[in-house]
Design a binder for this molecule. Structure first.
Ligand SMILES: [Zn+2]
Length: 162
């Protein structure tokens, strides 16, 4: 279902998949204010994660809901060329899953923060999201996650549901 007009769609398409997106900067800034230090876009790691916390051997991806096909209110498949976009989004999701698996295999912990946690009708304050990330980083339980358990994520949907 495509709910935006053509101009908006092309603006979205131009902004997706980029580094240093607005939501990533919001999260980075909030973490920085809390004194949580990180490295950016570490290319030596699989998928060059957006934020890397070497001390915690943890990596965080900040995913745009549209490009990474989150399935929330911020991700819709364009009505025109529907098949093309569906395939593309499936490929993106698959690529994300592979990156995540490669990091986990290398002994890293992985979390995904979705755009909708920080932007749109389900958005929370960046400080709240950053606090949740920090809690995850420090949580001893999250270090012994069973291999088959899904990696944690923060999304607007979950915020809204809780
Ligand atoms: Zn989302």
């Amino acid at each position: 279902m495509d709910t935006v007009d053509k101009a908006t769609r092309s603006r979205i398409m131009a902004s997706v998949g980029q580094r240093n997106t607005g939501v990533e900067l919001m999260l980075r800034s909030a973490l920085h204010h809390m004194g949580v230090r990180y490295r950016l876009h570490v290319r030596s790691l699989p998928g060059s994660p957006d934020l890397v916390f070497p001390r915690y051997r943890a990596a965080v991806f900040v995913h745009g809901c549209y490009w990474h096909a989150h399935g929330c209110h911020r991700s819709t498949v364009p009505r025109s060329n529907h098949g093309f976009w569906s395939d593309k989004f499936v490929a993106n999701k698959l690529r994300d899953a592979k990156k995540e698996a490669a990091l986990l295999d290398a002994g890293w912990r992985v979390m995904t923060v979705w755009e909708c946690a920080l932007r749109g009708k389900t958005a929370r304050q960046p400080e709240e999201v950053a606090a949740a990330v920090r809690k995850w980083l420090r949580s001893p339980a999250s270090r012994s996650r069973p291999a088959n358990a899904p990696a944690p994520s923060i999304a607007g949907l979950e915020w809204a549901a809780s």
